[in-house]
Design a protein around this ligand. Structure first.
Ligand SMILES: Cc1ncc(COP(=O)(O)O)c(C=O)c1O
Length: 373
């Protein structure tokens, strides 16, 4: 079999220094890379004793894969987030593709921020509607595009952008949507869940804007420390998704132990687990510390994702390697995942990172940065 068509494309990636491979995870390194912001993925209490009895759900939610526990958990999470209803998907990727692909008809338009996650882009591509992007966080560009759009207009944003850690202007978006009868907002709260709000409710609730969004997506694979995601909205939206959302319908449901673990994580957030305020303290500490070092090209923001721009795949890989050999799990983000010239270290702050660890990381990063000058 001639597989040259595969190797040609891979060789091109290698030549561009952007070949992707599965990472070998060094568990002894200090974690500044995972999305486990609150440390919940480390809690055995989320999994015991269910982990011992892990079993498959046996089918789609429309067949044998549904359970009372799953429906009760959906209702609990919906009420935690002040939504009427919620529908659990197997992942955030499934939730976004499943929602964006079915929400609009062919005469409608989907407009999303150019920095949106691939699952939003892929969902829009699968939709029969027209779709295009607006410039990152540029509300005047969005409004110009809305005025030229046809049909119902679905606007997709992330409340915290996954590669930059910066925030959407949710109040500005809501002000725009209130001006138009045909504009519907959808927000992906993947990196705001567990991070913003006293109980980790996310950014929408932190501003009291929950009634202004058609749908909110909260993922469970990040601060929740588990797997899956929920789409929040009205009962009507939930019924619609059960009927038309292909990534929900045509897949085996999450096993019950996964659902129980998610519920336990939400129970912890509900009682304002100390890790939530600790995370905020550590983010502030990192921002403060990194700001004191002149060689350090950090782009500070309020989220758990902090970015050090080091343009060039070769250079950013070197900087990551230097940090890793110092015992820190820090990952580079290469082009084409981000545009060429915008390569960066993506540093994730966690509630469990100590101030001393942050001090040492910042020193190490500064060393790396100096050596690359
Ligand atoms: C903003 C955003 N949305 C959705 C996803 C997908 O979530 P999951 O990993 O649960 O598929 C991610 C994960 O990288 C993300 O960063």
């Amino acid at each position: 079999m001639n597989l040259g068509f595969l190797s040609n494309r891979l060789e091109k990636r290698k030549a561009e220094n952007s070949f992707r491979f599965l990472s070998s995870n060094d568990k002894s390194a200090i974690d500044f890379a995972s999305n486990d912001y609150l440390g919940f993925a480390r809690l055995s209490s989320l999994w015991e004793p269910e982990a011992l009895q892990k079993y498959g759900s046996t089918g789609s939610r429309l067949l044998t894969g549904n359970s009372r526990i799953t429906e009760d958990t959906e209702a609990f999470i919906a009420s935690f987030h002040k939504a009427e209803a919620g529908l659990i998907y197997n992942s955030g990727y499934d939730a976004n593709t499943g929602l964006f692909s079915c929400i609009a008809s062919k005469d409608d338009t989907i407009i999303f921020d150019e920095y949106s996650h691939s699952s939003i882009k892929d969902g829009a591509r699968l939709s029969p509607a027209k779709h295009f992007v607006f410039r990152h966080n540029d509300l005047s560009d969005l409004e110009a595009k809305i005025s030229r759009a046809s049909g119902k207009v679905f606007v997709g944003v992330e409340s915290v952008y996954s590669m930059d850690g910066d925030l959407a202007d949710l109040k500005g978006l809501v002000a725009i949507s209130r001006k138009y009868e045909n504009v519907y907002l959808i927000v992906d709260e993947a990196h705001a869940t567990g991070v913003f709000g006293d109980r980790g409710e996310g950014l929408v609730q932190a501003f009291g804007l929950e009634n202004d969004f058609l749908a909110r997506i909260h993922t469970f694979g990040k601060a929740i420390g588990c797997q899956g995601a929920i789409v929040l909205g009205s009962h009507l939206l939930r019924d619609y998704l059960i009927n038309f959302s292909r990534s929900f319908i045509y897949t085996t449901a999450l096993p019950i132990p996964d659902i129980i673990a998610v519920k336990r994580a939400y129970d912890l957030m509900d009682i304002r687990d100390r890790s939530i305020s600790l995370l905020r303290e550590r983010i502030d500490y990192f921002k403060n510390k990194s700001g004191q070092l002149s060689a350090f090209n950090v782009q500070p923001n309020e989220s758990a994702i902090q970015v050090v721009l080091i343009p060039g795949n070769e250079k950013v890989k070197k900087a990551a390697g230097h940090s890793q050999s110092g015992g820190f799990d820090v990952r580079p983000v290469l082009s084409p995942t981000v545009p060429a010239g915008m390569e960066r270290l993506r540093i994730c702050i966690h509630a469990f990172n100590t101030e001393k660890e942050i001090d040492r990381l910042v020193e190490r990063l500064n060393d790396a940065f100096e050596s690359l000058r």
